[in-house]
Write a protein that binds this ligand. Sequence first.
Ligand SMILES: Cc1ncc(C[n+]2csc(CCOP(=O)(O)OP(=O)(O)O)c2C)c(N)n1
Ligand SMILES: [Mg+2]
Length: 685
Amino acid sequence: MAREGILYQGAAGRDTCLPDLLAASGLARLLWGAYDAAMSQSDEVSKGRRSFLLQAAATGAAAAAATAAAAQAPTPPQGAASPDASPSASPSVSEVRSEGRPGSDYMVDVLKSLGFEYICANPGSSFRGLHESIINYGGNSRPELITCMHEESSVAMAHGYFKAEGTPLPVMAHGTVGIQHASMAVYNAWCDRVPVYLILGNTLDATMRQPGVEWVHSVQDAAALVRDFTKWDDSPVSLQHFGESAVRAYKMAMTPPSGPVVIVADTELQEQPIHSDRTLVIPKLTPPSPPQAESGAVTELARLLVEAEQPLFIADRLARTPAGLERLVELAELLQAGVVSTIPNLMPPVGAGRMNFPTRHPLNQTYRSNAAIAAADVIVGLEISNFFGATNIFIDQVERTTRPAIRPDAKLITLNSTDLIQKANYQDFQRYAAVNMALTGDGEATLPSLIEAVRRLLTDQRKSTFERRGKALAEASAAARERFRGDAALAWDASPITTARLAAEIWEQIRKEDWSLVSGGLSGWPVRLWDFTKHYQHLGVSGGSGIGYGAPAAIGAALANRKHGRLSVNIQNDGDLMYAPGVLWTAAHHRIPVLTIMNNNRAYHEEMMHIQRMSNRRNRGVDRAHIGNEIDNPGIDYAKLAQSMGWYAEGPISNPRDIGPALKRAIAVVKRGEPAMVDVMVQPR
Ligand SMILES: Cc1ncc(C[n+]2csc(CCOP(=O)(O)OP(=O)(O)O)c2C)c(N)n1
Ligand SMILES: [Mg+2]
């Protein structure tokens, strides 16, 4: 039986809907302005939906002697179906609500108030109410539903989207099997300090669960699985509770240090009507201002920097917004200090957590990071978890040892917000770094006051010293860059193609475009050879090194880049793609333009190197190290794989001279608004 008590006080819909109730109760002023906008946007669709339901109901009412005002219909409306895979014992008559709104319509209004452009999901009946409200009541617009083929892809898309756009992309998933699939991608987002916004469907009331699959897909505490690596979660028990927690979750996710959050949307809350005697409010979102480091410590840091002989900044997840990059350039230029913006002590240096500093800036010392770290007398780690790794050399031999990578007199300072967020179980906080000063606060938000404090301490004498230092740093970085250019020319015509040649060929085709490298390190060659200047040109790495991130994160970032008209470039590792290649279909289906170049080394090569190392250490030879690591015999035809999912694709390409023309053709397709792939057979590294 349909329950009694239809939505928002009766059948008149818009006339007596939420804003009116709020106005009557004097609560309207509490609403965020976006609520009204959302309501009017969705009004037409909503009216259409109501009339459809009334129509369906009227047929039913005639057959059933017009009792109970359209509570039942004799024939099910189109597509009415039983829940996931469970044979339905329900009667042949489907009940139809004739008027008003279900709880999930309010949930959609809440999501609209948060300004979400899209929402990713692999469908699941535990959020069928919300799904239906998004597409019908919400008009499938802001948020528009993006169909994903794996929950891990949904979350990784949200991860990549945030890094390009700076705003979260919500994800819906089953509170059990969905979050189990999604969990590794949530972990990546946690380690990378990225606000992923998860909505999990679940039926808490055991008496409301359909026997069978719905029990298997229900849980007491849906967020428990990811609580160790999320910032906050809640399981609301009323619609108002949902509204408040949904807004709170957004605020928590976005407050630096950012991180993933989870809201559980109970199925009963989604599907039952909004009770007429309730007054619902969409709480106002107040964007939080990020925490800054304490002013005395900032002044002391400025003094150390101005007095230093060789100050050096090492930046990892510093630039949260475009302003982060600009401020770091300003600070470095003011002091003529070097900047390393990379994961240190990996040879070769491979990409930063964020795009913090232009690659060809004369003060960029990333190309010679070991030398710069060894020479520095004041080293400031900016939003870096692995400061120990940056300042020590770890040697993985039979006996693992560590030795300092710095001068004995070097002063070590950190400016981090990460101490505000740590949990115990997962160890992404890295080895403890004994430092001289630890400033707690958001790095980007603290830079303006640090710049001001440095300015106050500058003297003409120091300025001329700085100038000399800057010249020397510029020469050193230019020389390092020149060496890399020489290295890139080695085996230029080799086949399989060298990673350096591939990076150079891609650069040649994109350098005049408004490009964005949405994923892919290619052994560090783009960072060495390309001219990165803008915040969206490098989106950094996964955070948790959970492989399977690259492809979906790239497509999520490309979705964000689409409206800006940027050329999204994804350098795609083969092993990474094969975790969940269905995301290729998502890109084609939603017409997400992205240029994907397969870094096809036919192996899980990183792991192959580990087995080679083990074999060498045990003196057994490396000739069997491919076992368990190769992705060959048969080799995968990635062009065919992509074509089968609606992509334009070429390859595999073995002759380096064929890369340029193939990229030209693929870029033309991407410019038409479609995804395109070029599969290239490359050297292992
Ligand atoms: C989820 C997950 N499983 C396994 C690993 C271990 N792992 C690290 S690198 C790697 C190989 C990745 O292969 P590919 O994406 O082709 O990159 P390549 O190493 O060949 O450059 C694997 C399997 C991991 N980091 N994450
Ligand atoms: Mg590989």
